[in-house]
Design a protein around this ligand. Structure first.
Ligand SMILES: [Zn+2]
Length: 240
């Protein structure tokens, strides 16, 4: 049975009084919706102030060195710089660990709108978020990369695909590891179901933060069984 719009608005109002949304950057209360009708989480001022890579303005977008040697790699882009100051770290921490994945959606929606001005999405067939292991998914309650991929899909109309790539191993948190340990840590952690369904597809892999790139590279290596496939990468933020 559909809930009456009046009750739904009342429920929204009660929830906004009991649990006000606070911008993770300036701490001010945030109200209202975005122009695509989802609750706003980062205030307009703060989202404009984030350190953008400006790759959206470049044709042919810049690619990441770590993927370059891969023969099936096409292109890569990041929306923001993951800088040493606390701002972007706090934002990522909030959408990743503090149950506010809508922040990731809002950032990715803004990013996708920017990147539509470039040719970045032109040849992409499907968008695959880097999956979490089912145990981590259960404890966190969501996959933040799926929110990012969903926003890209909503803006571009390119379908999101969460059925082919799975995470088989619940590897320890990357943040705790050194560079070499990270590489060993991600070997063979992914698997592909029905690779034949992705033959010759141009796949956009999506993750929240790019540091060493080892997780994304491991996903690409696993997806190599999809004959003739090409891979591009999109992340919300990359380390400088
Ligand atoms: Zn703010």
């Amino acid at each position: 049975m559909a809930i009456s719009p009046i009750f739904s608005r009342l429920a929204q109002w009660i929830s906004s009084v009991l649990y006000p949304r606070l911008c993770p950057i300036c701490g001010e209360r945030v109200e209202g919706e975005t122009d695509y009708h989802r609750p706003r989480y980062i205030c307009k001022h703060c989202i404009e102030m984030l350190p953008r890579t400006e790759q959206a303005a470049e044709r042919g977008n810049s690619t990441e060195d770590i993927f370059h040697h891969h023969p099936q790699f096409a292109t890569g882009a990041a929306f923001l710089f993951y800088t040493k100051d606390d701002t972007i770290r706090t934002v990522v921490h909030t959408f990743k660990y503090r149950r506010q994945p809508e922040i990731a959606y809002q950032l990715a929606h803004t990013a996708a709108t920017d990147f539509l001005q470039s040719d970045f999405f032109d040849e992409i067939d499907c968008i695959i978020p880097v999956p979490l292991h089912k145990k981590r998914f259960r404890s966190r309650g969501y996959n933040q990369s799926e929110y990012i991929a969903q926003a890209l899909s909503d803006v571009t109309g390119i379908p999101m695909d969460t059925s082919h790539l799975t995470r088989e191993r619940n590897n320890p948190q990357q943040a705790l590891k050194s560079g070499t340990e990270r590489k060993q840590n991600v070997e063979g952690i992914f698997a592909v179901n029905h690779p034949e369904e992705l033959y010759r597809k141009h796949i956009l892999l999506v993750d929240d933060v790019l540091t060493t790139g080892s997780t994304l590279l491991s996903a690409i290596t696993t997806l190599e069984v999809c004959k003739g496939a090409k891979f591009s990468v999109f992340v919300l933020a990359k380390a400088r």
